[in-house]
Design a protein around this ligand. Structure first.
Ligand SMILES: [Zn+2]
Length: 275
């Protein structure tokens, strides 16, 4: 499932392609992914030019020259490709084509149709659309720090893993990166968020930043051809320390990684060194 580093990898790749390109034509092949796609046909897109591309959590915003933006989310299986127009036939699960100036076509593929591509209207100084107004702090921003996490976690009975996966607290940390962050910070995923000390909160925010940054660097290296934007296969999978390691020995203390169910999801952690 694409998480923040994958979204950032796709953003970086699209930043090389989209800004300055005009939309010439829109083709929609399915009525909807998570949201309807057919409104794109009457959204007045032909003639508009992309001016930039931003990320908020796991969402991307491709700004248009009329003040609107294309909002993208990659669901469980979203893939974006930009290819020479007409070079390849449409693949089975490609639901949307935007034909662009310069002979390129932006293609959105999604096998499970949980992705989003819609036109929105960003507002305010931060230029954030109403659809993303609920999102909490960006984990890579300075605002995400021990002090902030400590303040927000007081009196919270939620397990810390759910707490840091809550988009309203911090946006874009999913199952993989929450598991890795808590392992690196030596905090048990089951701990009540309210019991964390400020020092432990600072370990969590610090490790989250380091891990996300490393993953972004690894994801970036998976893009060999800038015309082929695919965020689903970063190289960070080879660097995971705890995620998916259940039953194997912890490299830090030798204890066997075990699994707990937290909020309906199974979670891998080391009972020896995560307290
Ligand atoms: Zn351990």
């Amino acid at each position: 499932m694409p998480e923040l580093p994958e979204a950032e990898t796709i953003r970086k790749a699209l930043e090389q392609i989209l800004p300055g390109r005009r939309i010439e034509n829109v083709e929609v092949f399915s009525p909807a992914m998570r949201e309807p796609l057919t409104p794109l046909l009457s959204a007045g897109l032909p003639g508009r030019t992309f001016t930039g591309i931003r990320r908020r959590g796991r969402y991307l915003l491709a700004d248009l020259d009329d003040g609107r933006a294309a909002l993208m989310h990659f669901g469980m299986s979203g893939v974006v490709r930009v290819e020479e127009t007409g070079k390849y036939p449409r693949r089975k699960h490609e639901h949307l084509f935007l034909h662009l100036s310069g002979g390129l076509t932006y293609k959105f593929e999604c096998t499970r149709r949980f992705s989003i591509f819609k036109i929105c209207t960003p507002t305010g100084r931060e230029r954030i659309p109403q659809e993303l107004a609920h999102l909490g702090t960006e984990p890579l921003s300075d605002a995400f720090c021990g002090k902030m996490l400590f303040a927000l976690s007081r009196d919270r009975k939620t397990p810390v893993k759910n707490f840091i996966m809550d988009n309203r607290i911090v946006t874009g940390i999913g199952n993989i990166y929450a598991t890795e962050t808590l392992y690196a910070a030596r905090i048990s995923p089951q701990r009540c968020a309210g019991t964390l000390t400020e020092k432990e909160c600072a370990r969590i925010t610090g490790e989250a930043k380091t891990i996300l940054q490393r993953a972004i660097e690894a994801g970036g290296s998976s893009i060999s051809d800038f015309l082929h934007v695919d965020g689903t296969e970063g190289k960070f999978a080879q660097e995971l320390s705890a995620y998916g390691k259940c039953g194997t020995p912890c490299p830090r203390c030798g204890e066997i990684f075990s699994t707990v169910k937290i909020g309906g999801r199974s979670s891998c952690f080391c009972p020896g060194c995560q307290k």
